[in-house]
Ligand binder design. Structure first.
Ligand code: DAH
Length: 355
């Protein structure tokens, strides 16, 4: 058989083999069989020396063409096999469009944010403004201008997160000593900021986070939320305080809940009270939830101490006012009978979705 027939036969055989090839391994076998060291085409190339000289150029040309064809056919087959593998992979992983779609789970507004907004709505309805204040405060705004004496126990590093450490050299450094800068322990400092910035009449609330070095337990959180309130105007009396806070309690807890005002002490108000609402579980009869008292404490309040007015440049002869501080987590706990405040901090959607 002429060499040219051999060459054409090799090309055909390769093409037939390629048509039946399914994997890259199959291709490699075909390539080695034709183009490898002992391959059929390689063997013919080696025999080129025996071809009569006058036929050699034509035969050489044909051999080169066959080799190029075989080579490019294998490359082409390789691309096709890769594409087929990709198509199969896509088909295997493709979405089954008949399945129901995956539902997004967007969460809900946190209970504390909801109640905070509800409180804002109640007071905005009474014409109050909503103010804001810094989380990192100076002792002046958190204590001094609020009439807290230098030795007031709430100033101690045990009850306040100090930010700058003024502890003397050599003293334990892992507990920050008292200093001038702290994480606010109450929103009451915003009263001072507001009175410095605005002239009376002032009717404002300030909702916000406060911090105290308490270990978290059923009734305490080291970070919680307060809503501070302040009214400064001419002729404001304790009657205004009581009317306002009674209205607030009925709005937030329901018309059937009673309130009671217990005398208390706060440095920034005189007289001062703590306000209790009647227990929603036993309706005042006494139960475990209210520790058998029939009452639950929800806020502190009082008539603004004239000293605070003086610190803020407001004339206590001309103006009077009242202030209050509501614990938002407490309101949540009392309204929904939550047994443990820590439930509010866990981010457990099974709990939070209920509200
Ligand atoms: N700052 C007080 C606290 O954290 C709450 C409070 C009580 C705020 C009486 C007031 C107030 O404005 O008049 O316990």
């Amino acid at each position: 058989m002429a060499m040219s027939d051999d060459l054409n036969a090799i090309q055909e055989r390769v093409q037939e083999a390629l048509a039946g090839a399914h994997s890259l391994e199959d291709l490699e076998k075909i390539r080695v069989a034709a183009l490898g060291k002992k391959g059929s085409l390689t063997a013919i190339m080696h025999m080129m020396g025996k071809v009569p000289p006058e036929e050699r150029p034509a035969m050489g040309k044909l051999a080169n063409t066959v080799r190029a064809n075989v080579d490019s056919a294998i490359k082409q087959a390789r691309l096709e096999i890769a594409k087929r593998a990709m198509d199969e992979k896509i088909m295997a992983e493709a979405a089954d469009v008949t399945l129901p779609g995956r539902r997004l789970s967007p969460g809900t507004e946190h209970l504390i944010s909801q109640i905070r907004e509800e409180i804002e709505d109640i007071f905005c309805g009474l014409g109050y403004t909503v103010e804001d204040g810094p989380y990192v405060e100076t002792t002046y705004y958190n204590f001094t201008a609020l009439n807290a004496p230098e030795d007031h126990p709430s100033r101690s590093a045990k009850d306040t997160f100090y930010v700058v450490d003024n502890a003397p050299e050599g003293k334990e450094k892992h507990v920050l000593g008292e200093s001038d800068v702290l994480l606010r322990t109450q929103t009451s400092g915003v009263q001072v900021h507001t009175m410095e910035e605005k002239k009376p009449p002032i009717y404002m609330i300030c909702p916000g986070t406060v911090f105290r070095p308490d270990t978290a337990d059923a009734n305490h959180l080291p970070q919680f939320t307060q809503v501070e309130g302040l009214v400064v105007d001419e002729g404001i009396t304790f009657g205004d305080l009581k009317g306002t806070l009674d209205y607030f309690c009925r709005e937030i807890f329901g018309k059937d809940r009673a309130t009671r005002y217990r005398p208390h002490f706060f440095p920034f108000t005189e007289p001062s009270c703590e306000v209790d609402v009647s227990c929603g579980v036993c309706h005042g009869k006494g139960c475990r939830f209210c520790k058998n008292t029939g009452w639950l404490e929800i806020l502190g309040c009082g008539m603004v101490d004239p000293n605070v007015f003086r610190y803020c440049g407001i004339d206590p002869e001309k103006y009077s006012g009242f202030a209050f501080g509501i614990g938002v987590e407490r309101v949540a706990a009392l309204r929904y009978d939550l047994p443990d405040l820590r439930m509010l901090m866990t981010g457990d959607m099974r709990f939070l979705r209920q509200f």
